[in-house]
Design a protein around this ligand. Sequence first.
Ligand code: RNT
Ligand code: ZN
Length: 417
Amino acid sequence: MDTQDIEKNYQSAKKIYMDFGVDTDKVLEIMKQIPVSVHCWQGDDVAGFEKTEGLSGGLVATGNYPGKATTPEQLRQDIEMALSLIPGKHKINLHSIYGENYKERDKISINNFKNWLNWAKQKELGIDFNPTFFSHSMADSGYTLSSQDKKIRDFWISHAKDCREIAYYIGKELGIICIHNIWIPDGSKDIPADRISHRKILKDSLDEILSEKYDRKFMRDSLESKLFGIGSESYVVGAFEFYYGYGLKNNIMLCLDTGHFHPTESIADKISSVLLFQDEMLLHISRGVRWDSDHVVILNDDIISITQEIKRYNVFDRVHFSLDYFDASINRITAWVIGAQALLKAILFSLLEPTHLIQHEEKNGNFGNRLALMENFKMLPFAFVWDKFCSLYNVPIRNKYLDNIKAYEESVLLKRK
Ligand code: RNT
Ligand code: ZN
């Protein structure tokens, strides 16, 4: 398909959408303003550069596809490659274990992220940041911020404080908000006899970590809940209810990870409740298959129902999107691109929805028409608008990007030792 075909298809799609009262040109302008935070950890199976301990905290990356990045330079090069195939202007999501040249987790500072910072400046990318509470001997007991052992707890409190400072510095340097997201693996494999003590300790730890106030223009905190994990099947200290309560009381945003709820629970349904009481929220878009397996995100109903909710209340400015999955069994660049494109497609699909028409049927109590319109809108030529969006950023159309990845795999990835 050449540029002329893309344009021709787009013009015919534009006309069809116009008949339903949707302006595709305007939608494309909105698309340009919606950043997705691309997680660096898809590039190396959540290994990071400490290289002292294996992946822990209940996180598992299965597969052994060749060519994974093992140095910061390689990882940045791979991210650049992935970004060149993802239309739009996006952010990068870093974990503290991706810092460079530090000896111990509790001795990190902004100096260990200078290369990332300079690179981001050069590429005009925002950065989000996460303290890392796993893959470390101090997390081996299964508890970090909620540990009853003061030594362990203090170690992690200090880590989180350092990370908030780093996040603030990053946000200030780049002039783009840096979201500092706390996720801890704390919990227990089997039925605990005392749930509340750990939760009380977690509350105190968070109070201490968050006591330092930073300018929200540059840094914002978020708290990520979970339902269960590998090794924490019976009890997770940082459950949704815990953080919902804490977040409301202390005005800290929540992070909802789409893999962190019961498999049949709708995350989309939660958005309108959370945003009634909080200004904003963070989403970790993931795909669980039977459990929180972090499969590559695809364009499925789960994701579309989330972006539809956001579209229907027009709250794209109050929801931050980030990706969170890791698949080591396929080309890691392909994994990044599929997931990021899927999320962007879901956003575009939702922006193109003639929402006013279905809401009109609902107001009139005609639920048959509402359902029929919803079904009909699935058939609108959204792919042609997507192609146009890709072409605006010189992203090869449809599956053409696979050729670029193949060439990169041959010339770069397979040459890595
Ligand atoms: C774990 C959480 C967390 C991590 C990343 C690496 O279940 O989803 O967000 O996946 O921080
Ligand atoms: Zn997550």
